[in-house]
Design a protein around this ligand. Structure first.
Ligand SMILES: Cc1cc2nc3c(=O)[nH]c(=O)nc-3n(C[C@H](O)[C@H](O)[C@H](O)COP(=O)(O)O)c2cc1C
Length: 380
């Protein structure tokens, strides 16, 4: 409900004095600037005003400063950059750089016309970081990511000319590391595409799954198995992400008290809130990125995986409904405190998950014709 509609409903229900009293409290709480900008933002006059100020970078900045709409996002981006470099500097957890560099080398190895020597600086840094991370790791047997980096490095030194002076030192360091740790070199390296094509899903099956997946809001009063959710997350983890960094987390809540706290207005669960047995809060982490141009990446990576997650749930007999996360600083603060979010973390979306109630109604949600959704070679 918009602010104006809200005001009108108070006036209709309680009269003008109550409206004035609440307005006074509201102005004291939020500030006149915020309310003025908010009223403008919501009205049709406001849309013209917004269009006018959009021509000035300064006025646009002032507008969003007053509105505070992106305050926590911007803060999370800056704090993410800080965390990225801090972790690297302290060699505390250079995880994302390791992943990014490993990916850069595996991409280089996959090139059809690759140079005799490539990625020297990346390889140098990667070897240093892998050695440091290997010393620090606490769960030696399960550190799959590091073993992937080691496999890729071994392959890299196999395909580049190690006679090159620039690489000799790095190669020797890597060899010494492999010999001293006795780490086994595996096979997590670029492979021909045909070796993946073992059991492709028929188009008709995929289409049937896509058609069956519908936002479901009515669930059985039955707990959702953590094993089944984990299974779906394993599939979601196969989704693409920028440089394979996967800088997001699925936080799952099925404790009744926590659910009640999380699913507060203005979340769009009115009418079916009490029926939700389990909610996923998908959190993006800016610490995986060090460039401002990557500000949307946690959102994109997380959302792509969320779609895979929904299909996986559906194939496992569970149903789901995405719940919009309003990008409002007050909401963010509430959830930040409740869930103890880190400074660089932003909520991407929420998702209700449960065993569908077979009798519960599901909206038809007619889909647009593809003519409205796509174009080829469009330039005008
Ligand atoms: C980003 C996003 C936010 C959504 N927010 C809500 C929400 O707050 N409450 C709700 O009941 N449904 C929400 N939905 C579900 C949509 O209403 C639903 O996906 C849409 O109507 C299409 O229906 P379908 O998912 O069954 O194809 C959301 C979906 C998306 C992708």
């Amino acid at each position: 409900m918009s602010l104006l509609q809200h005001g009108r409903s108070i006036y209709n229900e309680h009269g003008v004095w109550e409206l004035l009293r609440r307005s006074y409290d509201f102005v004291r709480e939020r500030g006149a600037g915020w309310i003025g900008a908010h009223l403008l933002a919501e009205s049709s006059i406001g849309s013209k005003f917004k269009y006018a100020i959009s021509h000035s970078a300064f006025l646009t900045t002032v507008y969003f400063y007053i509105r505070r709409t992106f305050k926590h996002e911007k803060r999370a981006i800056l704090r993410g950059h800080y965390q990225y470099y801090k972790k690297e500097r302290e060699r505390e957890d250079p995880e994302h750089r390791i992943i990014r560099h490993t990916h850069m080398l595996e991409k280089g190895i996959s090139m059809e016309n690759r140079r005799e020597v490539f990625g020297v600086a990346v390889a140098n840094e990667l070897v240093e970081n892998v050695i440091a991370a290997w010393k620090r790791r606490d769960e030696p047997e399960s550190d799959d990511q590091l073993r992937w980096s080691i496999d890729v490095l071994a392959k890299y030194f196999e395909v580049v000319s190690i006679e090159s002076e620039a690489l000799q030192n790095t190669y020797n360091k890597f060899q010494k590391f492999v010999t001293s740790t006795g780490v086994e070199i595996g096979n997590r390296v670029p492979r021909p595409r045909h070796s993946l094509e073992t059991n492709p899903v028929e188009f008709d099956n995929l289409r049937a799954l896509a058609e069956q997946r519908s936002s479901t809001r009515w669930f059985q009063d039955k707990p959702v198995s953590h094993d089944v959710i984990d299974k779906a997350i394993r599939v979601a983890a196969e989704s693409p992400s920028a440089c394979n960094r996967q800088s997001f987390e699925y936080r799952i809540y099925d404790d009744k008290e926590l659910l009640d706290e999380i699913l507060q207005p203005p979340l769009g669960v009115t009418g079916y809130r009490d029926n939700i047995p389990c909610v996923v809060v998908l959190v993006g982490k800016h610490r995986g990125y060090f460039r401002e141009s990557e500000k949307n990446v946690p959102l994109i990576d997380g959302s792509l995986s969320a779609m895979t997650f929904q299909y996986a749930l559906e194939s496992l007999g569970l149903a789901s409904c995405t719940i919009n996360w309003p990008a409002m600083y007050r909401e963010h603060n509430r959830m930040e405190r409740l869930l103890n979010l880190d400074e660089d973390e932003n909520i991407i979306l929420l998702m209700a998950v449960g065993h569908p109630n077979p009798e519960g109604k599901v909206p038809y949600s007619n889909k647009k014709n593809i003519e409205n959704l796509r174009s080829y070679n469009k330039c005008d």
